[in-house]
Write a protein that binds this ligand. Structure first.
Ligand code: CTP
Ligand code: CA
Length: 225
């Protein structure tokens, strides 16, 4: 409804949202990354702001503009995002990990542009820190919300991540389905807690963000009262 945000129901809360992809340098001109427009994370930041929260948006490189009124922290690599997330999550009430973080970085970034020589080449990769899992290890950890972009076995993989990463909620989406996820303006999600699940059918990312922010707050209130 038009007065959805009339009541600033997140007043007093501080949300930290990660969004967008990360970039892992190979050499001065090349990188490895993930598909991610940042639209979902930015829509969540926007919806939380309008509901009255203070919002810190930690974003990888995207082409869209951050919602006005949020504190924007721009990062490039997963290790940068990890450092900023741990710093800012200490003061927040709710942490939403929407970023498409690169799971691996290049073991040794070349100082100079790599020249084309042999027919085959290998690049050694090493695992990045798991940002959301590490924030969930903080003492006084915030209310923790993760995302899971899956192409198969969605509920099983999403619930696995919920438990393994010590999250309160995980929002899963089927990126194999056309018209949702990645660069799309629309999305469909299923929100899992340890004990229940809620389907949010296909709609605009703006709309789904509003519903998600309200649902996250309901679970947050249930845990803290
Ligand atoms: N995530 C994170 N830091 C990472 C990797 C993932 O914070 N280094 C977060 C994502 O932002 C998301 C959640 O963890 O909220 C799940 O990400 P996903 O890539 O689906 O899970 P992984 O644990 O990386 O497992 P896999 O890619 O093998 O499915
Ligand atoms: Ca991953």
């Amino acid at each position: 409804s038009s007065d959805f945000f009339a009541e600033k129901y997140l007043q007093g809360q501080h949300w930290v949202v990660t969004a967008g992809p990360t970039r892992e340098a190979i050499d001065p001109v090349r990188y490895i990354s993930n598909h991610s427009s940042g639209k979902m994370g930015y829509a969540i930041a926007h919806a939380a702001l309008r509901a009255g929260a203070k919002v810190t948006l930690i974003s990888g490189p995207v082409t869209i503009k951050p919602p006005s009124g949020c504190d924007i922290i721009n990062v490039i690599s997963a290790e940068d995002m990890h450092q900023q997330a741990l710093l800012h999550a200490k003061q927040c009430t709710t942490f939403v990990a929407c970023a498409a973080v690169a799971d691996y970085r290049v073991a040794e970034v070349a100082a100079e542009k790599i020249k084309k020589t042999t027919e085959n080449m290998q690049i050694e990769l090493v695992k990045n820190h798991d940002i959301v899992a590490d924030v969930a290890q903080l003492k006084n950890k915030p209310f923790m919300v993760g995302f899971a972009a899956e192409t198969q076995n969605i509920e099983q993989y999403a619930r696995g991540k919920l438990m393994r990463k010590n999250l309160d909620l995980i929002a899963a989406n089927d990126v194999a389905k056309a018209g949702q996820g990645f660069n799309s303006d629309d999305n469909a999600l299923t929100l899992f807690s340890a004990i229940d699940k809620t389907d949010l059918p296909l709609t605009s990312k703006q709309n789904i963000a509003k519903q998600l922010v309200s649902l996250i707050n309901q679970h947050y209130q249930a845990k803290h009262t």
